[in-house]
Ligand binder design. Structure first.
Ligand code: ADP
Ligand code: DAR
Length: 348
């Protein structure tokens, strides 16, 4: 709690467009400042990143799963605002009918979509989030996840590579190839996401790197399916198969009203982000590019991850909403938005 007054003074005195700034009013601050979760989570743990980084978009993280209850007076309005929902309600998990998805390859000609990726986040039911974790717990979670991954077969079969002992060259190559995460996100760093780095961190992937699992990056687990080109159907089906195999062995944190729990409230619910790296130099140059994305509930990112720049007119376009809709609804929302952007680029 020591640094909370400093964090509050900094947040109060700096201009920011973050959801933290918008919703952490004096009244909310006064109500929550002395609260603590059974994991030792504090309001400072929740607001540290956004207070220290005024340029944050969201700015707030949950100290631990219980933080979504203890600090609900701050987190709930942030959740409703980010996911554009009017009540804290999330549907049962519904991946849709794999035999009848209603979409396939979004760019059969291969002219525009460089690659397609769909990911979800999962949290082990009995562990905290970065600010309330210690090194032993991070390593315990790594071992639990690794054991589950080693049981995967067929196309999903692969190998787990701990970051501890991985050469810098290998890390750089995997990161440059968009497969691996690094410790360069200043927002996540401020939130405690890299504490004890690189202990407990690692990556699993199958032989052709189309099915990957990140361990203890921002979330306890990120389950990822990706491949070159625009075949969203193949990528999604592989992801769902991987999720279903892993949920046979692991217990994931989930609340009826919030869906699957994640460190950042922007990832709650389905936790699903479906993205294409797509060449859209004309649409991206339009003054109304942001408006087009907002209209379709899309988010544009650079190609090396959040808070990075596009390169050569290639953007990471993905669904923005993850909660208050089902998995199949989220991926259909992305699919419709990407199809609209492709139409606009071709007609520009
Ligand atoms: P997330 O929150 O889904 O992990 P980030 O924006 O942090 O997404 O990106 C994580 C990594 O995934 C980055 O290296 C990024 O380049 C890569 N990535 C995201 N979408 C795609 C895609 N469609 N094709 C290839 N790589 C991608
Ligand atoms: N960087 C923080 C988090 C935004 C959502 N992205 C996550 N969780 N990776 C921000 O407030 O901008």
């Amino acid at each position: 709690m020591a640094d909370l007054p400093e964090l509050w003074n900094k947040l109060s005195s700096t201009d920011s467009q973050s959801l933290l700034k918008k919703h952490c009013t004096q009244e909310v601050y006064d109500k929550l400042k002395d609260k603590k979760t059974s994991n030792g989570g504090t309001l400072a743990d929740c607001i540290r990143s956004g207070s220290q980084n005024p340029e944050s978009g969201v700015g707030v993280y949950a100290s631990c799963p219980e933080g979504y209850t203890v600090f609900a007076d701050l987190l709930n309005p942030v959740i409703l605002d980010y996911h554009k929902i009017s009540e804290l309600k999330h549907p049962e998990c519904d991946f849709g009918d794999m035999a009848n998805l209603g979409f396939g390859d979004l760019d059969p000609s291969g002219e525009m979509i460089v690659s397609t990726r769909v990911r979800v986040g999962r949290s082990h039911a009995k562990y905290g989030f970065p600010p309330t974790l210690n090194k032993e717990q991070r390593v315990e979670m790594q071992n639990i996840t690794k054991a589950a991954l080693e049981g995967l077969t067929g196309e999903l079969k692969g190998t787990y590579y701990p970051l501890e002992g991985m050469t810098k060259e290998t890390q750089k190559q995997l990161t440059d190839d968009h497969f691996l995460f690094n410790d360069s996100d200043r927002f996540l760093k401020a939130a405690g996401g890299y504490d004890d780095w690189p202990a407990g961190r690692g990556i699993f992937f199958n032989d052709n790197k189309t099915f990957l699992v990140w361990v203890n990056e921002e979330d306890h687990i990120r389950i990822i399916s990706m491949q070159k080109g625009g075949d969203l159907s193949a990528v999604y089906k592989r992801l769902v198969a991987g999720i279903k195999e892993l949920e046979k062995k692991l217990e994931f944190a989930r609340l009826p009203q919030l869906g699957y729990l994640t460190f950042c409230p922007s990832n709650l619910g389905t936790t699903l982000r479906a993205s294409v790296h797509i060449k859209i130099p004309k649409v991206a140059a339009m003054p109304e590019f942001k408006e087009i994305c907002d209209k379709h509930n899309l988010q544009a990112r650079g190609i090396h991850g959040e808070h990075t720049e596009s390169v050569g007119g290639v953007y990471d376009i993905s669904n923005k909403r993850r909660m208050g809709l089902s998995e199949i609804e989220a991926i259909q929302e992305m699919r419709r938005g990407v199809e609209e952007i492709i139409k606009l680029e071709k007609s520009a």
